[in-house]
Design a protein around this ligand. Sequence first.
Ligand code: NAP
Length: 284
Amino acid sequence: MVSTKLTITDTLSLPNSTVEIPSLGFGVYESHDQQCVAAVLAALKAGYRHIDTAQYYENEKEVGEAVRQSGLKRSDVFITTKIDHSEGSVEETYQCVLNSVKVIAGEDGVVDLFLVHTADIGPADCKVVWLALEKLLEEGKTRSIGVSNYGIGHIEEMKQYAKIWPPHVNQIELHPWCQQREVAAYCQKLGIILQAYSPLARATKGNDPTLTEIAKSHEVAWSQVLIRYCLQKGWSPLPKSNTPSRIVENTNVYGFELSEEDMKLLDDLDQGPSGALFEAVSNL
Ligand SMILES: NC(=O)c1ccc[n+]([C@@H]2O[C@H](COP(=O)([O-])OP(=O)(O)OC[C@H]3O[C@@H](n4cnc5c(N)ncnc54)[C@H](OP(=O)(O)O)[C@@H]3O)[C@@H](O)[C@H]2O)c1
């Protein structure tokens, strides 16, 4: 069946914001130096318009460089980055996130989304980082702000200090074996966009019999089924690859549609928190 419903230019609307985020993103974790520049250039050529980096990945500079080299207008590419620590005070943390913006987009540049990378830094530091991100938003240096690896309790706790609430995005591990249903339902109810990290389950499930059967029935690769699954769930998947052919393959997910039965079979693969490769959030 050929789907006319989803396309590579689809976007999702962020809550309480006019900003739209391209549904299909491109991850660059563990992509370094010239390999990162080459991967992002290949991704932009293939049609991705949304790149996911982080201070922790040590490739913000390379992502910015690739976007500049691509010849695309800066406003045509959605760039996300993340901070994984507090610098002690809101002002010092603000300077740290502002520095990322400059590294990626130049002295007068902006990023599209800045995330608190993890709630593991504890409530006090989460607050400091969020207040710094709110300042970055107010100053027009980022177009949206959000969180990553946050459970329901972490997002609820933000109400005590956040001017911007709910966060625009929660980026968590999402694939059939780790569906994080409780926090996903909570975010969807509030309009918080779910970015799906490790959407290919880090290439560890390519031999799963259910997955391979579904892929065979649509004459596509298992990776394409997993990306399509995220898109049909309403999530924004961030597949990563350093391999040019796979970068293209991972965009070819718009010529088939997973049936309700396919989706149910994939849903049934959920293993709860034990299906996580990185971490399932705590919802306490
Ligand atoms: N917020 C967070 O805490 C967090 C945590 C993890 C990840 N992330 C984000 O999410 C992105 C994606 O997650 P991830 O990097 O963990 O894993 P992933 O995208 O699920 O999987 C990446 C792996 O799959 C391989 N691959 C890609 N396309 C393939 C294909 N078509 N066929 C076979 N293998 C394929 C890649 O190999 P090659 O590169 O060799 O092609 C790589 O080994 C990251 O890059 C990062 O941006 C965020």
